[in-house]
Write a protein that binds this ligand. Structure first.
Ligand code: SF4
Length: 413
């Protein structure tokens, strides 16, 4: 009998999550129509605490890129961006968001009854993840005649040095100054500190939610985490996100106490490296469920579990956090991190997603899977695909490869 015939236990907090997301997008929509409020667009690991301390309603377009992928719209609208000269192999979040702008096909309309993404007054990027975000924001800055600015931290770091932190801290100060001049408004440093304290708290709670998956059987999987990570990105400086992750964590701990498994009769524990395949989440989650394989940890969901803020200069914490994120580290640090997570979560194998349009968050291109396979004697599979553009992902081929991979695990048992 296929496992999918076995009933999944739904996560109860999901209904609260839906309420939070609705309130968040309705507020953004209201802010974009209110002459007394302003909207800032920010990259997902950008300096959003500064923006909320200035009073902006903060919107994260990468979330919209993921939504366009999950709703299977991206591949239809990316050609419109290509028509403007954006390479089809550049970031498919960026291309689909531009395509959405040109075709007016945002799923936010149907989901929340709003006009689509909020019109930006200001766009703030950090290139700690990639250059694409800068180009993406330049497009929308021109489109809406809005100021585009940001920070450019040093990339691909080994150990993060004090000099590098000081460099990014200085860039953050310059960013604050530019916003102060543009809007003739002084930043309230007390509000910034409070926003950083809440961000750190949300991030810590999210990290603890992820840690519950170390338990055998795991109370949640990567597929659940991808849904429940929204508040740590979109609302990470908010009290609502703190309350939400306290609730979710309590539910996961109760599952552990009650012996509730996300994958009944969990037989295999897998690590997912790289970006999700948003248009194929359902098919992939069902496949792993049927194979009794729990994907218990991932680089992607872990990317918003930062080191805690323990007081002192909030800009220093923001600078360090933006430098230390996994995507911004060199191969040696990444490999070391992955080996330690494989061990802590007791995984039987790892899957690396080679995302065609995101070389920045793909780690299968320079020998890492093979090095880890040899060093740890751990089965590894590389799946070719993309985060959002379905044209780069063969579902049939991928499912065959995943089945063969799990058979390989079986053979080693
Ligand atoms: S990290 Fe990858 S997916 Fe994210 S914005 Fe950059 S290129 Fe796109």
């Amino acid at each position: 009998m296929a496992q999918t015939a076995v009933k999944r236990v739904e996560i109860e907090a999901t209904s609260r999550l839906k309420e939070l997301m609705r309130a968040y997008f309705l507020d953004l929509d209201a802010a974009s129509k209110d002459h007394n409020r302003r909207v800032a667009w920010c990259t997902s690991v950008g300096p959003c605490e500064i923006l909320s301390a200035f009073g902006f309603a903060v919107y994260f377009p990468e979330n919209h890129g993921a939504l366009l992928g999950a709703k299977k719209i991206s591949h239809e609208i990316i050609p419109r961006a290509a028509g403007l000269g954006y390479c089809a192999e550049a970031c498919s979040y960026m291309n689909s968001d531009i395509g959405c702008d040109l075709t007016d096909r945002s799923p936010l309309k149907q989901l929340y009854g709003i006009d689509g993404p909020p019109r930006p007054d200001l766009l703030v990027y950090s290139t700690n993840q990639c250059r694409d975000v800068q180009e993406w924001f330049q497009y929308f800055g021109q489109r809406h005649d809005a100021m585009v600015t940001g920070i450019r931290p040093p990339r691909h770091l080994g150990d993060v040095t004090r000099e590098q932190v000081a460099d990014v801290r200085a860039q953050l100060e310059q960013l604050i100054e530019r916003i102060e001049i543009r809007y003739e408004q002084k930043l309230d440093r007390r509000l910034l500190r409070e926003a950083v304290e809440r961000s750190s708290r949300v991030s810590q709670l999210w990290g603890r939610v992820l840690e519950t998956a170390r338990h055998r059987p795991s109370p949640m999987t990567f597929w659940d985490m991808l849904i429940h990570m929204a508040p740590v990105i979109l609302m990470r400086g908010s009290l609502e996100a703190i309350e939400y992750y306290e609730t979710l964590r309590a539910e996961m701990e109760q599952r552990i106490a009650d012996g509730v498994a996300a994958v009944p009769d969990e037989r295999w524990r897998i690590y997912w490296e790289g970006m999700p395949v948003w248009p194929r989440l359902r098919e992939l989650s069902e496949k792993f469920f049927d194979l009794r394989a729990a994907v218990v940890a991932s680089t992607y969901c872990n990317s918003w579990a930062f080191e805690p803020y323990t007081g002192g200069d909030p800009l220093d914490w923001m600078a360090r956090t933006s430098l230390e994120i996994f995507i911004n580290r060199d191969e040696v640090r990444k490999e070391r991190f992955l080996a330690s997570v494989f061990d802590r979560f007791g995984v039987d194998g790892a899957i690396f997603h080679n995302a065609r349009t995101c070389p920045n968050n793909t780690n299968s291109r320079y020998g890492m899977p093979e090095r880890l396979r040899r060093r740890l004697d751990l089965p590894v599979l590389v799946l070719d695909g993309d985060l959002s553009d379905i044209r780069f992902f063969s579902t049939a081929q991928s499912m065959t490869n995943i089945e063969a991979f799990v058979e390989q695990l079986e053979g080693r048992k």
